[in-house]
Design a protein around this ligand. Sequence first.
Ligand code: ZX9
Length: 440
Amino acid sequence: MGDLDFRGRQMPAWFPDAKFGVFVHWGAYSVPAWAEPTGELGAVDPEVWFAHNPYAEWYWNTSQIEGSPAHEHHRTVHGGLPYDTFLDAWKAELFDPAEWIDVFARAGARYVVVTTKHHDGIALWDAPGTGTRNTVRRGPHRDLVADLAAAVRARGLRFGVYYSGGLDWHAGRRAVIRHEDLIDECRPHDAAYAAYALRQVRDLIDRYRPDVLWNDIGWPDAGMADLPDLFAHYYATVPDGVVNDRWDGAHADYLTSEYQANRQNETAAHWEQCRGIGLSFGYNRNEGPEHLLDPAGAVRQLVDVASRGGNLLLNVGPKADGTLPGEQRTVLEGIASWMAGHGGAVYATRPLGPGAAPSDGAPWIRWTRDDRHAFAFLADVPDSARDQVVLKTRPGLLDPATAVRLDDLPVRADAVPDGILATSVALGTPLPTVLRFALL
Ligand SMILES: C[C@@H]1N[C@H](CNC(=O)[C@H](c2ccccc2)C2CCCC2)[C@@H](O)[C@H](O)[C@@H]1O
């Protein structure tokens, strides 16, 4: 047992300061890359969800469900071949990890979390116990985890690993039909799987020293007793590492939400929202621009999350050939150009707290603060407002006379009874305008 009592552990400052991470879901599922863009998790009727799953990384499961469009697609387009055929078809021939990480870093990501084994049980490194069911022995014939870890760290970003501890469709259970199945029927809970999974996570820790241990779905019942030792080993190996909350309650340095699911977790001291740029984590060839966040939408998602004290883990689903889908890359480039001039109002900030009234209508307004400044983010100011906005703030909180726009356009700010009247130009753009004020 490690000597670390990690339950009262201090959150390492790098994680809440980071604000923005990029998630990568890349796997054999990136070969078919096929799902119905049904809707966001939490907004789709659970009864509909599994047979019409928008998560393209769930292809194995969805294509097992009789009568589902994915079942039909797999039969007609892929001849109903065994799923592992996709592993051999996955060549990653154009994969250039440094190129990916350059895009992520310019977009302002401070950490990158990559899938090492998703629910399909295929490992992206030569994981113990997988035999040839991994990308070193088949398909890409590369240790993709090592390649990505090296590229991420060469760029000065933190590297995290995603591991599907709770679901492994090779551990011999049937497809998930309904949500309640996910909890028990279809999850492996036996001692053999628990030992298998424990050995793999320990291997990830020892080989890659990940800064984030991002487990998903949960942990096998028979392996729950192993977790205190695993976490102690992790923290001994990576002293400023962080662990997420999907270990069936065993431990968490921070809580997670996913699209609209588990949003109640966003009131925790430390939390992270994950979502795709579109409706899926794995690349889905059926997604069009109408299903994706546009750059302004992605920036506002990041600002909204940061203004409430959380991190955004925004997912990219690369193609099987190793290229980033053009439409997803465009969104990252859009985030990059905004973050270049405004990142300072996001990184290492925290909520402004009770001083500011967050807006839930138009204009869209969010706040952050650092030790000396408050930052107001404005967007979608109606034309009728004629480039004037009232920022509701507590009197005496900040000094209107110190107002500046981070893009250096002129701004005038006057104290008014319920806050500050800001007058400037082009306040109505979808991409947020940022005003900085000195805190009194
Ligand atoms: C990052 C994504 N995680 C998914 C697992 N998500 C969850 O277990 C979801 C979840 C969401 C938020 C906190 C905890 C668990 C549940 C699934 C239905 C309702 C909430 C995966 O199934 C998915 O493929 C992707 O890897």
